[in-house]
Design a protein around this ligand. Structure first.
Ligand code: ZN
Length: 146
């Protein structure tokens, strides 16, 4: 066993917990805190994400954005911490709306598009308008000439 330092997810207090246990309680606010181990066994949910993500990427690569978005949303429902998945969701939304693509090209972002915002936060980057446009074009919909 070892004592691990964990931040309480509720009050952000620094709590020391015994890592031989499944969980402990925050000494400040009493919140139950699950103790994560460094090498957790792959849960079935992680396994599902590992299966879904390559499918999402291949649909995105083929320009089947509707399917890519379906898979992206399934993954997000399990784990929303992956910037790539939000990117796929955002690209699908942007390609559906020429106005959003224009906005991305002129201002570098699309205000109000939650998926894009999450991508920006998680990746620390802005979406590359050229990449998004290329993916939209691959979909085979008529693009406004630029
Ligand atoms: Zn607490």
């Amino acid at each position: 066993m070892a004592i691990v330092a964990i931040k309480c997810p509720s009050c952000h207090g620094d709590v020391q917990l015994d890592d031989s246990r499944e969980f402990g309680f925050c000494v400040y606010c009493g919140t139950k805190i699950m103790i994560r181990r460094d090498t957790p066994p792959a849960s079935s949910l992680d396994g599902q994400v590992a299966n879904l993500k390559p499918l999402m990427e291949s649909y995105l690569g083929e320009g089947d954005l509707g399917r890519a978005q379906e898979y992206a949303r399934s993954i997000i429902a399990i784990n929303g911490a992956d910037a790539d998945v939000w990117y796929a969701d955002a690209v699908a939304e942007i390609c559906r709306s020429p106005g959003m693509l224009e906005q991305l090209k002129t201002s570098g972002t699309v205000p109000g598009l939650e998926a894009l915002k999450n991508y920006e936060i998680l990746s620390g980057r802005r979406a590359d308008p050229a990449d998004v446009e290329r993916r939209c074009a691959r979909r085979g919909t008529p693009n406004s000439p630029t």
